[in-house]
Each structure stands twice: as structure tokens, then as C-alpha cells.
Design a binder for this molecule. Structure first.
Ligand code: ZN
Length: 233
């Protein structure tokens, strides 16, 4: 804890004074973050560092395995963070960010390790579809590292599907007010792969080009047109 204590002193004495005007403005006017990022709690994955975001720019929800439980009536921390970000803060972009060498994904692939951690085992059930996809659709001769990586990537896509079950997200997708993004951070290289929903694959970010989107909104006009077509039949 000594390092953390030293860090607090350094922040208060040297870092904060340089940004005190920004903090005062944020305290006065509140936050208007540009995106909600759901990432793993892994200490090597730092959303603000990866995106070079400052105070007030990123609304972050972290948990083991960057998991979004499907919507249910029972209350949950992730569901509440999503609802608050989308409804109260009017956030227009939601990012699910997985990463390489994820301990949660290792646990998913090796349930025998989860005996002493019944809560983790139960939590990881929300990712089971990713494990099943890799078992069924990927080559059987994948090495351990590649298998964990594949599960972590599929897990991002599975959690994006879960996001769409949340009423707040579903409603804003229908009116084109929110877009969903799937990212994968490679700890060893520092690169971020982005899920392209139209191509159903992760791609490298190309400088100067717009980021591929996993799920974009339909637009309220399309929703109404679709309804009118059905109503007219
Ligand atoms: Zn992780």
C-alpha cells in the first residue's frame, strides 16, 4: 500500500494542480463522458490509458471477464451502469473491451480451477456461449494460448449480444442514438483490434479511417417504415 499512498500524494501535490481548472469545471458542470467502456478488471487493462482519455471522458464499468449479463429483472451493477450511462448521461457509444491472457477466459476453459471460487464460476456462465463457439467452430488443434485468445474474442461478441437485451440499449439502437463497439486489447503489443459487425470479424484500426462498428442503430425512420410495411400486409 505504500506505493499507492505515495501515488496519492504525488497526484495531489503535482498532477492535480496542473489540471485543477478542468476538475473544477467537471465538479461545477458534471460529467459528459463520450463513451461507456465495459472492460475486464485485469490490472494490465487500463481503459483511460489505452484510449488516452482524461477525467470526465470515459464512463467505465469493469468486472472479471468484461461480462454483460443479459437483461433480467434482478438488480445488478453492470445493468445499472449501462442504464445510467445510456439514459441519464445520454452516452452514444458503448464499448465492450476484451483482452489477451484473460484470467476469466482461462477459468472458463478450465472449470476445474474454479472449485474454490463459486461466485466466479457462476459469473462466467454468462460467457459460456463463447466457450461453446470455440469448441464447436474453431480448429481442434489450437494451442492453449490461441484457444484462450479465441474465447476472449468470441466473448466480446457474446457480451455485445447481451447488451442488446437491455431495454435502454435496445430502445436507443432503434432510434439510432447508440452504437455498440467490440474491442480486443493485446497486452503484449499494445494494439487494439476492433470488431467489424458487417464483416463479422476483428480488424486492425487504420489511421485516419472511421472505426468499424459492431452494431449500429437502425434509425427511427427505418423502424417506422418496417412497421408500416407489416401493418399494410
Ligand atoms: Zn480479463
Amino acid at each position: 500500500m505504500a506505493n499507492l499512498s505515495k501515488g496519492i500524494s504525488h497526484f495531489r501535490g503535482s498532477v492535480f494542480p496542473e489540471h485543477s481548472a478542468l476538475y473544477r469545471k467537471l465538479a461545477r458542470e458534471g460529467q459528459q463522458p463520450q463513451a461507456l467502456m465495459i472492460s475486464c478488471a485485469d490490472s494490465r487493462v487500463m481503459p483511460e490509458t489505452i484510449t488516452q482519455s482524461g477525467p470526465g471522458e470515459l464512463f467505465v464499468c469493469r468486472n472479471a471477464g468484461n461480462i454483460v449479463p443479459p437483461f433480467q429483472t434482478a438488480n445488478g451493477g453492470v445493468s445499472s451502469a449501462i442504464e445510467y450511462a445510456v439514459v441519464a448521461l445520454g452516452i452514444s457509444d458503448v464499448i465492450v473491451c476484451g483482452h489477451s491472457d484473460c484470467g476469466a477466459m482461462k477459468g472458463l476453459c478450465h472449470p476445474e480451477l474454479l472449485g474454490p471460487m463459486p461466485n466466479v464460476a457462476a459469473w462466467l456462465k454468462h460467457s459460456h456461449a463463447a466457450y461453446s463457439i470455440v469448441c464447436e467452430a474453431y480448429p481442434t488443434n489450437l494451442g492453449e494460448k490461441d484457444r484462450i485468445r479465441a474465447v476472449a474474442m468470441e466473448n466480446v461478441v457474446v457480451q455485445l449480444d447481451h447488451l442488446r437485451t437491455h431495454p435502454s440499449v435496445a430502445a436507443k439502437l432503434a432510434t439510432n442514438e447508440v452504437s455498440l463497439h467490440g474491442w480486443f486489447f493485446d497486452i503484449e503489443t499494445g494494439s487494439v483490434l476492433v470488431y467489424d459487425g458487417a464483416a463479422s470479424r476483428f480488424t486492425e484500426i487504420e489511421d485516419g479511417k472511421p472505426l468499424p462498428v459492431a452494431v449500429s442503430g437502425r434509425g427511427v425512420t427505418q423502424v417506422i417504415e418496417a412497421f408500416n410495411t407489416i401493418a399494410a400486409e
